[in-house]
Design a binder for this molecule. Structure first.
Ligand code: SAM
Length: 284
């Protein structure tokens, strides 16, 4: 079988199945032969482990995962793709295609049912229109996965992996930092895709933390504080944090209790400082 990154082969198979790329589903398929092996290698898979892929498309990354893992569970929504995948992945009997929207699927139950007991790594060239919701959905559910290796738009990668004090750092950066260790692995040019998008991409890896510093109401307050602070990022925290329902005096007392200047702005605070503020948040 020709390589799944061969543009001529892709056109032939897709033509045979009457397939046209859907912009709405974020369909930019990888055709650079070096990218998928590098992504699959980053997942640290072996035959005792499993991979969860989101959006197998034509199967180019799926194939690399299937060669390394004992099992691959691939979630897809495009009803035209099972026929294509039956052809392109005919040589692999360890791939199970599940026709479900990743944002609507019961992922904990799915992993338990399909990969019960196995170490699971998530790997995907994510559809760009749902990058942050998918990543937050994976992290917030605290899925029992060893790592999440995903291709995202370069700007999204910069935001997701941004360090405090940088221009790119926002609410999503701190949320990712709270749940995981995040790093950018490598950049991928727009010419690596068919059709080519208007932006470059990057592969990032998130390793979920096994223990989190907060839970329950204090954790909810942390995210309310982060949302309020970055919702008005040009304002001082003394002003912005009143959006969490506190009076000016209560905000001042909370900031002072944590040694945070009332004139500080959201992007000047580390995650640890937001955690201290959440702990000092006045009880109702
Ligand atoms: N993995 C393939 C590759 O790298 O060439 C395709 C990646 S393409 C960027 C994104 C894939 O996600 C498409 O196959 C698309 O149909 C699928 N997709 C889009 N929305 C989805 C959703 N909500 N749930 C699951 N898959 C989705």
């Amino acid at each position: 079988m020709p390589a799944l990154t061969d543009a001529g082969y892709i056109r032939a198979v897709l033509g045979k199945h009457g397939f046209h790329f859907s912009k709405g589903l974020g369909q930019n398929f990888l055709i650079n032969p070096s990218v998928c092996p590098r992504m699959a290698e980053a997942c640290d898979l072996d035959k005792d482990s499993a991979a969860l892929e989101i959006g197998p498309g034509f199967g180019v990354l799926t194939k690399e995962l299937a060669e390394r893992a004992g099992k691959v569970v691939a979630l897809e929504v495009d009803e035209r793709l099972p026929a294509v995948l039956a052809e392109t992945l005919a040589d692999y009997d360890n791939v199970e295609l599940v026709m479900q929207d990743v944002l609507k699927a019961d992922l904990p139950a799915l992993l338990n049912e399909k990969c019960g007991g196995k170490k699971v790594a998530v790997c995907a060239n994510l559809p760009y229109y749902i990058t942050s919701p998918v990543i937050m959905c994976l992290l917030e559910q605290r899925l029992p996965v060893s790592c999440i290796t995903v291709m995202v738009q370069k700007e999204a990668a910069q935001r997701l992996c941004a360090k405090p004090g940088t221009r790119e750092c926002g609410a999503v950066s701190l949320a990712v930092q709270y749940y995981a260790e995040a790093e950018t692995l490598f950049s991928v040019s727009r010419g690596s895709f068919m059709p080519a998008p208007n932006v470059d991409s990057a592969v990032i890896r998130l390793v979920p933390k096994t223990e989190l510093p907060l839970s329950g109401d204090t954790e909810r307050r942390l995210f309310a504080l982060i949302k309020a602070a970055f919702g008005k990022r040009r304002k001082t925290l003394q002003n912005a944090l009143q959006d969490t329902g506190l009076s000016r005096e209560q905000v001042t007392a909370m900031l002072e209790a944590c040694d945070v200047p009332v004139t500080a702005r959201a992007e000047q605070l580390t995650l640890e400082q937001f955690i201290e503020l959440a702990k000092a948040y006045p009880e109702a």
